[in-house]
Design a protein around this ligand. Structure first.
Ligand code: PLP
Length: 380
């Protein structure tokens, strides 16, 4: 049975070229980047090269790049470290309600510690409401946080407008670019953000490494303390192999972006057409125009999303519901709730995310399998 992987937003396979580039740093070049001897110098030189490459690819300076253990740590750090370090401006901060749990949980932790958290509104199309942000900005708002593109419904957010409003108010802007970076142009200077996070395993790099860009001059309190790594802002022995892998993966992603986006978009759109034409109860969630090329997210009214996922898996189609699943009960996704879906509709939703390896034929086949599985479950 052909397996069709449609969960590229969860993770991507490591590219062979990336593995090749990383491998020596697990074995012969194993030095600690903090050691003064030649093994250490070899390691620090590879780490510096990776930092330079990443900085160049996102329009940053090398000393604005901080390696982390992934997107989650980078998000935690930006929110907690950013809000705490800038409390002289005020204790208020604003977050979009469709952020990844890595952001939402950090924001709630700060709120529990006495910081003043507001959520901006989001429309039914999955795009944040900048007019609402305008109303919520206060003199003491230190930070505004809105992701570049959403991880569940793929909607691309109006960061330019958010930056412009926040800057007029003297507030910092943090954006989570974890889902955006493989397929969108990322230039931190053009975006005008103060902090930006991403994670290598979303663009064919290794798991367990990410990055936080922090613009020079922006204050941030360390989250992970210990050694003096990352200019004394993030302790812990540097993972040179993973940093080298992330830099190579980003280089390939940027180089292949145009061609890869074209292929992904045509496969994704063929899938959407197949599903829509085959089913009356399928509703595509989120704006189609302002959307990542790889994302199709449907509510199949009257069908359990969880049952559908199991059914699809049996037929080789691997997708996701994007919600927390604990002890057999699937909580409705807060993102889907925020855009106005009922609990039932939220629980009847499935995310399909595409990557370079999904051919047009496989996408069409997956669409047919989805149509059959939904009809089967509706008639049960
Ligand atoms: N932010 C977004 C938007 C994500 O989609 C993810 C992962 O799915 C993360 C953060 C967390 O990244 P990581 O898996 O590297 O911890």
């Amino acid at each position: 049975m052909e397996r069709i992987y449609l969960d590229y937003s969860a993770t991507t396979p490591l590219k062979k070229e990336v593995l090749t580039e990383m491998t020596p740093y697990f074995t012969e070049c194993f030095g600690n980047a903090n050691s003064l001897h030649s093994f250490g110098r070899e390691a620090v030189s590879a780490l510096d090269d990776a930092r330079d490459k990443i900085a160049f690819l996102i329009g940053a300076k090398p000393n604005e790049i901080y390696f982390t253990s992934g997107g989650t740590e980078a998000d935690n750090w930006a929110i907690i470290g950013g809000v705490k370090a800038n409390a002289d401006k005020g204790k208020h901060f604003i977050v979009s309600p469709i952020e990844h749990p890595a952001v939402i949980s950090s924001a709630k932790r700060l709120a529990n510690d006495g910081y003043d958290l507001s959520f901006m509104k989001v429309g039914a199309d999955g795009i944040v409401d900048v007019n609402d942000l305008k109303l919520k900005l206060k003199k003491d708002t230190s930070l505004v946080c809105c992701m570049l593109a959403n991880n569940e419904i793929g909607t691309i957010q109006p960061i330019d407008k958010i930056v412009s409003l926040a800057k007029d108010n003297g507030s910092l802007v943090f954006t989570d670019a974890v889902q955006a970076i493989g397929s969108m142009d990322i230039d931190v200077k053009k975006l005008g953000v103060d902090m930006l996070s991403f994670s290598a395993h979303k663009f064919y790099g290794p798991k367990g490494i990410g990055c936080l860009y922090v613009k020079n001059g922006v204050k941030i309190t360390p989250l992970v303390s210990g050694g003096h790594q990352e200019r004394a802002k993030r302790g812990g022995t540097s993972n040179v192999a993973l940093a080298v892998g992330m830099a190579k993966a980003l280089e390939l992603a940027v180089k292949n972006k145009q061609q890869s986006n074209k292929l992904i978009l045509s496969a994704r759109d063929a899938f959407i057409d197949k599903v829509k034409s085959g089913l009356d109860n399928a509703v595509l969630n989120g704006s189609l125009d302002n959307r990542l090329v790889n994302n199709a997210h449907f509510t199949f009214k009257g069908v359990s999303g969880e049952a559908l996922l199991y059914n699809l898996d049996l037929k080789g189609v691997c997708a996701s519901n994007g919600s927390a699943c604990s002890s057999g009960t699937v909580e409705p996704s807060p993102v889907l709730k925020a855009i106005g879906l009922s609990d039932n509709d939220a629980k009847s939703s499935v995310r399909f995310t595409f990557g370079e390896e999904v051919s047009l034929q496989s996408a069409i086949k997956a669409g047919e399998i989805v149509v059959d599985a939904v009809k089967f479950l509706l008639n049960k």
